[in-house]
Design a protein around this ligand. Sequence first.
Ligand SMILES: CC(C)(COP(=O)(O)OP(=O)(O)OC[C@H]1O[C@@H](n2cnc3c(N)ncnc32)[C@H](O)[C@@H]1OP(=O)(O)O)[C@@H](O)C(=O)NCCC(=O)NCCS
Length: 453
Amino acid sequence: MLKHAVRRNMETSPWETRRLDSPPPQQSSRRLVQKQGPAKRGDFEKAPGAYTLHWLCIGGMRGIKCMISETSLLDPMEGIRYRGRTLQECMDQLPKAPGSKIGLPEASFWLLLTDEIPTDAEVKALNEELHKRSALPADVVKLIDSIPKDTHPMTQLAMGLLALQPTSEFGKAYRSGTLKKSEYWQVTLEDALSLVAKVPILAARIFCNVFKDGKHIPSDPSLDWAGNYANMLGVNDSDKFKDITRLYLMLHADHEAGNVSAHTTHLVGSALSDSYYSFAAGVCGLAGPLHGLANQECLRWLKNTHATLKGQEPTVELLTDFAKETLASGKVIPGFGHGVLRNTDPRYTIQRQFVQENFPDDPLAKLAEVCFQAIPPVLEATGKVKNPWPNVDALSGTCMQHYGLDQEDYYTVVFAVSRALGCTSNLVWSRLMGLPIERPKSVTLDWLSKNVK
Ligand SMILES: CC(C)(COP(=O)(O)OP(=O)(O)OC[C@H]1O[C@@H](n2cnc3c(N)ncnc32)[C@H](O)[C@@H]1OP(=O)(O)O)[C@@H](O)C(=O)NCCC(=O)NCCS
């Protein structure tokens, strides 16, 4: 069913994906570039901070339009849209688990892949398919169980994904020598489904090995993808914990393709490395403190601030002082700022609504609420922070700890389970579009000094 839906979307797409086998290779992608024309200098001059060639080379490629991703688009003010739908629209429109108000993340996987909101029956069928594919091979289980417990859970996740690589259908089919370019996407979709099916099982195994003395809870095929993951963690068997996990996984699934984890997955995939190699690389990028690890850092910062307050009620004045101290010590304030967003992250706003409805009196939630008022003015006063507003990480850890998942070293793994949805969907679409291997041009500092006046 899913394959048909992807094909339907491909056939109505403006991209000429059907000609992948016609010579010359990548003809369709070249044609699109010619049609739209390359980014013009004026594009950059309109943006804040007047771009120059110098800036383009050393500015972390900010704002340069040089990638294509069909699955989602990030608007600096409105935030992410999955296939044109805001996150609130996704929450409203996506199928839900019985009794829940949260759009199911596996339904967002369907949406990202197909540009269609799946029916309840389609999500049920997708969940059955994912359950069928979810078992980890015995050698992968053996490897994961043998990793020293003090190895960071993100390192373990990357190792587990690489251990799964020999199961790649794309890898096998490519080696067979008979795979046509027009068929790449189909085997990549097979890998996407299997990877998405296995990643919560792998992630839960890592959690229970590290934090639960290796006591594992078996996968429950009667539960949805995210509800089952929440259940296997064994920290809280309430419906609310399943709901916050569904919400977390739905909100983090995709954030267009330029962020570190998505871009890394795409870059490695552009060499025709399979989904396991590519996403394992993306997971390593997600482990960076300026990217996915910020949620762990943010909860640490909040817990630390809470402990320092020693029972005092948090106030804007106190939090302003804490924020200034953090900046003075040369650290960033985690959970605030963004490379693209210039407004409060709607993922933060949706989580905040969940907090207000369910646990407004949680001490860390109250602290996070005061941070929302205190920190933006402090960051604004530096004169250099382009977005002083909170991002998703400012609350995601707070939500998880409320239900007992307070092992912050594990938070980025939950993020990675979610990001598997977007990253693997993007790989399918990269194959559908026949995108070429990425190879930007680098220059030396000497070249820059000679060529940029
Ligand atoms: C997300 C982030 C990496 C974006 O970086 P960016 O695109 O370079 O952001 P800006 O252009 O606004 O950065 C300009 C300056 O402000 C600083 N800045 C940005 N956000 C900051 C924050 N939350 N705390 C302190 N300083 C910050 C940057 O470090 C940079 O300083 P520098 O010129 O001395 O190197 C950055 O905002 C950050 O480090 N935030 C905290 C970590 C975080 O929450 N990450 C998760 C993002 S979803």
